[in-house]
Ligand binder design. Structure first.
Ligand code: NAD
Length: 458
């Protein structure tokens, strides 16, 4: 049976390692972050990902999953080595491959027999060939001549439902150059293969492109509905009904048609930038994605304008912020729209009382520059107390059923900015709020007391 190593034990690496061990394989997860590995050895999961703790726990108990900081051991003891390190953006938008290179070189340094080196990190087209080169260079330095194959096996899991996504993927993409490597990958994913998950077998470059094209397309779909939402506000249409009407068209589909404050997270922002860079480099610009990147930046700022439109001057205003993570069910704040929006509002004089069910620790260092302006609260109602307005930035389920009467009592002024459209305008206006959604018809120009008067009439 194949022994697996996963190098890089972050969101993708830990989920990959844990789920493969749950498929019955022996997996060693390696990371050079000593603290992270120490935590894992003590049974502490360093990230919030629903269901992951149980998968890790049962496979550690069954001795199928272990952790190490020893790269030599991880390479020597495995038949298949997954690279799952980060590929963050460089200043010019291109993907920084220094972590991938470091791992590839380590693999070459410690290789002791045939290995399949699997690139699971999201990397620019052509990286598979570079990985091959880096491994080969290190083997040459040692005068060693082991055979190996490089495979591209991009990951499509979503944070927040990563365990489910890994174990129930829409497809498994395998870019390989030899039958031997392909067969080994099919053994690794045997459980999914037996479950009739579609396998897309391609060359390495195609597999690498599938990942960027998929993420860029989804980012574009979100941006499209955001721009439609902005237009809906001008013409008096309701974007949620528009999305429903569009989504019923089988050629379009209902997913990723939820307008909001712009996409964020660890993938879409960096992958769109990287694809733009690759397109430019090869003289085949992906202009739709260039525009997507710009429109997404503008969307975050438009949310700031929306809040200012409602509140006027922000000097001396205190704003309750519910949700900081880039989406619900994760503690990840990488590229979260909250970062731009809070900074922009703070620049205009606002102070904040904030609450997120999981991202508070991460927020404390990511928003350290605003520490004098932010009060971190224990729950949503504590955050709302005594504020001039409420802004919902992440659609955590618990924010979907707020006690509206209590919210209204707690707020100094009933300004409600629902940047995730989790409430309906009519419902909120009936409840006496000055309500601002995204694309839910024309925003009213409220005058003092109008909303309350409307609520009383109801
Ligand atoms: P992450 O930052 O959470 O994890 C990366 C890990 O690699 C870190 O723990 C880091 O310490 C470790 N690392 C870095 N250099 C190392 C080295 N030389 N040796 C051992 N460990 C090393 O990143 P992530 O979110 O898991 O993303 C990893 C890759 O997967 C990226 O390319 C990303 O684009 C891609 N991806 C991410 C997601 C997602 O939802 N997060 C989904 C699909 C694909």
């Amino acid at each position: 049976m194949n022994k697996i190593s996963v190098i890089g034990t972050g969101y993708v690496g830990l989920v990959t390692g844990a789920c493969l061990s749950d498929f019955g394989l022996n997996v060693l997860c390696m990371d050079n972050d000593v603290e992270k590995i120490k935590k894992l050895e003590r049974g502490i999961i360093p990230i919030y990902e629903p269901g992951l703790d149980a998968v890790v726990e049962r496979n550690v108990a069954n001795c199928r999953l272990a952790f190490t900081t020893d790269i030599k051991r991880a390479v020597e003891e495995s038949d298949v080595i997954f690279i799952a390190v980060g590929t963050p953006p460089l200043e010019d938008g291109s993907a920084d491959l220094k972590f991938v290179e470091a791992v590839a070189r380590d693999i070459g340094r410690y290789m002791n027999g045939y290995k399949v080196v699997v690139d699971k990190s999201t990397v620019p087209v052509g990286t598979g060939q570079r990985v091959k080169q880096w491994v080969r260079e290190e083997l040459l330095k040692r005068g060693a001549d082991y055979e190996f194959d490089v495979v591209s096996n991009p990951e499509f899991l979503r944070e927040g439902s990563a365990v489910y996504d890994f174990t129930h993927p829409d497809r498994v993409v395998i870019g390989a150059e030899s039958e031997r490597a392909l067969e080994r990958m099919k053994q690794v994913y045997r459980v999914l293969y037996l479950n009739e998950t579609p396998f897309i077998e391609t060359n390495i470059e195609t597999a690498e492109m599938i990942k960027y094209a998929s993420n860029a397309f989804l980012a574009m779909k979100i941006t499209f509905i955001n721009e439609i939402a902005n237009l809906c506000e001008k013409v008096g249409a309701d974007v949620q009904d528009v999305a429903r009407g569009m989504g019923r068209d089988g050629r379009i589909g209902p997913k990723f048609l939820h307008p909001g404050p712009g996409y964020g997270g660890s993938c879409f922002p960096k992958d769109t930038l990287a694809l733009v860079k690759i397109g430019r480099e090869y003289g085949a610009p992906i202009t739709l994605i260039e525009q997507t990147v710009k429109a997404n930046e503008a969307q975050k700022r438009l949310m700031v304008a929306k809040i200012m439109e409602g509140l006027g001057s922000l000097v001396g205003k205190q704003i309750a912020v519910l949700g900081l993570a880039f989406k619900p069910n994760t503690d990840d704040m990488r590229e979260s729209p909250a970062l731009v929006i809070l900074n922009e509002l703070a620049n205009r004089g606002a102070r904040f009382r904030v609450y997120d069910p999981k991202a508070m620790e991460e927020a404390k260092w990511r928003l350290a520059n605003l520490k004098d302006r932010i009060t971190y609260c224990q729950n949503e109602y504590e955050a709302i107390a005594d504020c001039d307005a409420l802004v919902i930035l992440t659609e955590w389920n618990q924010f979907r059923s707020l006690d509206l009467a209590r919210v209204k009592l707690l707020l100094k002024e009933p300004y409600f900015f629902d940047l995730r459209n989790i409430y309906k305008r009519e419902q909120m206006e009936r409840a006496g709020f000055y309500y601002f959604g995204v694309g839910q018809g024309k925003n009213k120009e409220w005058t003092e007391g109008q909303c309350q008067a409307a609520a009383v009439k109801e």
